[in-house]
Design a protein around this ligand. Structure first.
Ligand SMILES: Cc1cc2nc3c(=O)[nH]c(=O)nc-3n(C[C@H](O)[C@H](O)[C@H](O)COP(=O)(O)OP(=O)(O)OC[C@H]3O[C@@H](n4cnc5c(N)ncnc54)[C@H](O)[C@@H]3O)c2cc1C
Length: 345
């Protein structure tokens, strides 16, 4: 069976890897870096509902019961757990170790001098998690870069951490400490690190290389449209070529990845959610724009002009019904839905 996956973010990479593992003949088409490349490269599964979430597993269960439109309610909690283990296994095959558990969020310091909850993190980021700062002197070190100021981060964390995290107050200093953190890209084996925006790129590139070595044909092209016959997608048209397959996965991301522009989705799929102007573009409580995306059925199949497209599945940030900015669920949803979409029969 031939499968075409559009998108090489985390959703597309996981969909392609899963389809290849199931013996499909897979082509992956992508054209530029999306949100995954620009991210911190830690796996947020669920950081916040009304309040901060301690156990992502319990939070996902809650969503499955109460938020029917959320992608986790479509995949189900078991698939989220299975998909995370699949991601962890594939990352390991690509020689990257991710630590953490679906049962418990950890907290990591960021380049903005803030702390965020997340679920899985690269080994060295996990080694620097805030849960280990209990009463210690924590040093923020490393070379100053355009996007990295250890002095600023230390000053900000020294104020924030005692209020935010349930550890005995740590003393955060600029320089070396009992536990010293550097940017992931400047750290070596066994050292503790904090992630910077853009660290996601290395993870995605490694997964795409792994997919290639598993037989996935990876093509650089920009899809501009598709041809439908009845309730089937027949082919996708790119700038360079056309792509025919028995099944398709669309993992083109949101407005950052390029999958959705205002009211329009690339293939004219039905888009759900309101488009409203707000004075503050990204209020803390979330923006209706973030919930916009392609609405799908329980098998992640979208509709076009009200008719379900049987051989197309949608994964990742292109999906409607969730707001990864406020709930911190970006890679989690992309991994769970990419895994489900890649499990084509
Ligand atoms: C600044 C920032 C930091 C973040 N940090 C984190 C984090 O640390 N942890 C976390 O869990 N979440 C994070 N998120 C959220 C997370 O990055 C996204 O939810 C997730 O990466 C979406 O993945 P995706 O594969 O669905 O889309 P994307 O990663 O956006 O991938 C879309 C893909 O589709 C391709 N594409 C689009 N249109 C076309 C076309 N016409 N033809 C061919 N290819 C096309 C693009 O080339 C790209 O490969 C962050 C988001 C942002 C904006």
């Amino acid at each position: 069976m031939r499968v075409v996956v559009v998108g090489a973010g985390v959703a597309g990479a996981i969909a392609a890897l899963r389809a290849a593992e199931r013996g499909m003949e897979v082509t992956m088409v992508h054209h530029a870096a999306g949100a995954s490349h620009r991210s911190l490269g830690v796996v947020d599964v669920l950081g916040y509902l009304e309040e901060e979430v301690e156990s992502p597993a319990e939070g996902v269960e809650w969503i499955c019961r109460h938020r029917k439109e959320h992608p986790y309610a479509l995949t189900g909690a078991d698939t989220v757990a299975e998909a995370l283990e699949f991601f962890r296994r594939k990352a390991e095959e690509a020689e990257m170790r991710f630590e953490g558990s679906l049962d418990e969020n950890i907290h990591v310091a960021t380049q903005f001098g803030t702390v965020k909850p997340t679920c899985l993190a690269p080994e060295r980021v996990y080694t620097g998690r805030v849960e280990l700062w209990d009463g210690a002197m924590v040093g923020i070190s490393g070379r100053v870069q355009r996007d990295y100021s250890p002095a600023f981060i230390a000053a900000s964390l020294a104020e924030l951490v005692p209020r935010l995290v349930k550890v005995r107050p740590a003393e955060v200093v600029h320089g070396e400490g009992e536990l010293t953190l550097k940017p992931l890209s400047q750290s070596g084996d066994g050292e503790a690190a904090l992630p910077l925006l853009g660290d996601g790129r290395a993870v995605i590139e490694a997964l795409v290389r792994l997919a290639e070595s598993a037989g996935v044909r990876v093509v650089r092209d920009r899809i501009t449209g598709g041809s439908f016959r009845g309730n089937l997608l027949e082919e996708l048209r790119g700038v360079r070529s056309t792509y025919r397959a028995d099944a398709f996965v669309l993992a083109t991301g949101d407005w950052i990845g390029g999958g959705i522009h205002g009211r329009q989705e690339l293939l004219g799929l039905d888009v759900a959610g309101r488009l409203e102007l707000r004075k503050i573009p990204l209020p803390e409580s979330g923006h209706p724009y973030a919930l916009r995306g392609v609405a799908v059925d329980g098998n992640l199949r979208p509709s076009r002009r009200g008719r379900r497209i049987e051989n197309l599945r949608v994964a990742g940030a292109l999906l409607a019904g969730y707001d990864y900015c406020t709930e911190k669920s970006g890679w989690g949803v992309a991994i769970a839905t990419g895994y489900l979409a890649g499990g084509v029969e």
